[in-house]
Design a protein around this ligand. Structure first.
Ligand code: NAD
Length: 515
């Protein structure tokens, strides 16, 4: 039976060690930074600097790569069943420590505990998928492809691979990457967001406790210096990235120019069409949940409602009626449903759309700057905000706001709605609310987006499918996690083999034929 360690004592165990400074994790231990560079990590609920995070130098990234490279042959030689056993233990340990991990997310990202626990639950799905690695790595075998010749395909790991992750899912997005990367026998280097880095170290400890050998999983904290070294390091074979579109494009262009396999997931502008026949209460509940959950800091958040025909007035009224009931507060308040934004700078940028929107002709229905926590707290709070009568030319539509500002566009027909979505440069998620199966099917058929919800506002695929947007929401060929994740972290080798009897061969300079 699998031996699983006892749960730790709770939040204090992790935060006590991480109180002042978040270090790197190289070679199975914390390594204090030597670059002399670091950055502040805030508690978004109080606005105070909670700790510092080391920023890696080129030499520190090189050290992590060297350790990962040295660990690769041994990990690669480790049997699939042993790696499976370890992935089960990783899954169980993360599950046991989910509250501790969630507390770190709340402390540094600001998301409320229920949301943080949801993030970890979706991350665990990826660990569970990786426990099926014997099945996922099965190759194909063609017996007697030619006379006495068999052909078979195996998938082998790439070597050292790296993941660069955003602030908004400090636990789940790394799990999207490292679960499959490690299970496929690669060694993995994580460069987490510098805004909320502590979860990376707790995950490193849990991986070690689960039996992942030292050097198989490393963490380099930092900024562009670390990222650029990852992109140019000759011993890194592949880079997975999740973050904003300009950086995703840069990662893809630079990484591929340096000969790496790259998947770079970018930003989003997710539309939710509401057709006239939709259930208004269901659509309004979905809009509020998906627009303001995690303070709108989700790449799959609904950013824009497209109300078709006469549904607009009752829908906006129904959303507006729900807004006063959304409880904004710090994660330490058990009744809080929506926390602060990640930094003051980001909060202020999000709030600026409440000025530019009306200046460009939109109508502010709810202004989150009226919330007492915006006015009185040092934390980075902004209340729920709603802007109506938005058009495609406005900044609040063109930009990814990434905050609790939901916008509403009004159109007369479904055709106008689908044109808006398909003309948008992003294509991450999208949703339609209707009771008409034919309309929903037509939408799924023709919408240019990677993930589609039908009466589901945040259609994040389960871990046995893959996650990815279209257009400027993803650069690269393969989506993340699930079957395409396995493909990304392995390369195919095709073996053509025969075992002829001695004395049966002859010279033949012709191109080998199969018939
Ligand atoms: P970001 O692009 O600012 O940062 C992402 C990562 O890139 C971080 O690790 C950061 O340190 C690094 N980075 C930042 N600037 C860099 C630079 N100039 N050069 C090299 N590296 C740099 O993104 P963020 O603000 O942390 O996250 C929010 C963004 O991520 C949003 O746009 C959101 O839509 C997107 N996102 C997308 C998905 C998806 O699956 N498509 C998921 C989550 C978040």
């Amino acid at each position: 039976m699998t031996q699983v360690a006892e749960p730790r004592s709770g939040l204090d165990a992790a935060t006590a060690i991480e109180r002042d400074r978040v270090n790197h994790w190289i070679g199975g231990r914390r390594v204090a930074g030597t670059s002399g560079r670091s950055g502040p990590v805030y508690d978004p609920a109080t606005g105070a600097v909670a700790r510092e995070v080391d920023f890696a130098s080129v030499e520190e990234v090189d050290a992590a790569v060297a350790v990962a490279k040295a660990a690769f042959p041994g990990w690669r030689a480790t049997s699939v069943s042993k790696r499976t056993d370890i992935m089960f233990r990783v899954r169980n340990l993360v599950d046991q420590h989910r509250r501790e991990l969630a507390a770190l997310l709340t402390a540094e990202h600001g998301k409320v505990p229920s949301d943080a626990l949801g993030e970890i639950a979706r991350g665990i799905e990826n660990l569970e998928f990786a426990t099926g690695i014997p099945q996922h790595l099965k190759g194909g075998f063609s017996e007697q492809a030619s006379t006495g010749v068999d052909v078979y395909q195996i998938r082998q790991p790439l070597g050292v691979v790296a993941g660069i992750t955003p602030f908004n899912f400090p636990a789940m997005v790394p799990m999207w990457m490292f679960a499959n990367a490690i299970a496929c026998a690669n060694t993995f280097i994580l460069k987490p967001s510098e805004k909320d880095p502590s979860a990376s170290i707790l995950m490193a400890e849990l991986l070690q406790e689960a039996g992942v050998p030292d050097g198989v999983f490393s963490v380099v904290q930092g900024d562009k210096v670390a990222v650029d070294r990852i992109l140019e390091h000759p011993d890194i074979a592949a880079v997975s990235f999740v973050g904003s579109t300009p950086i995703a494009r840069y990662i893809y262009e630079t990484g591929t120019k340096n000969g790496k396999r790259v998947q770079a997931l970018g930003g989003a502008k997710n539309h939710m069409i509401v057709l006239p026949d939709a259930d208004i209460d269901m659509a309004a509940d979905a809009a509020v949940s998906a627009g303001y959950g995690s303070a709108g800091e989700r790449c799959m958040a609904i950013a824009t409602i497209i109300a078709v025909g006469e549904v607009a007035d009752p829908l906006v009224e129904a959303i507006k009626a729900r807004l006063p009931r959304v409880k904004v507060g710090p994660g330490t308040d058990p009744s809080a449903e929506m926390g602060p934004l990640v930094t003051r700078q980001h909060r202020d940028k999000v709030a600026s759309y409440l000025d530019s929107g009306p200046a460009q002709g939109a109508t502010v229905v709810a202004d989150g700057r009226e919330h007492p926590l915006y006015k009185e707290s040092e934390g980075f709070f902004l209340g729920v905000s709603l802007i109506d009568n938005v058009t495609p030319q406005m900044d609040c539509y063109r930009d990814e706001i990434f905050g609790p500002v939901l916008t509403v566009m009004r159109v007369k027909t479904y055709d106008e709605a689908i044109k808006i979505i398909n003309d948008n440069p992003y294509g991450n998620g999208t949703a339609i609310f209707t009771r008409d199966g034919g309309a929903a099917r037509q939408f799924q058929f023709e919408v240019n987006a990677g993930m589609v919800g039908i009466n589901v506002p945040i259609p994040v695929p389960v871990a046995y499918y893959s996650f990815g947007g279209w257009k400027n929401s993803l650069f690269g060929d393969l989506h993340m996690y699930g079957p395409e994740g396995i493909q990304f972290y392995t390369r195919a080798k095709i073996v053509t083999s025969r075992w002829p009897d001695p004395g049966t061969s002859k010279i033949d300079l012709g191109f080998p034929r199969t018939r």
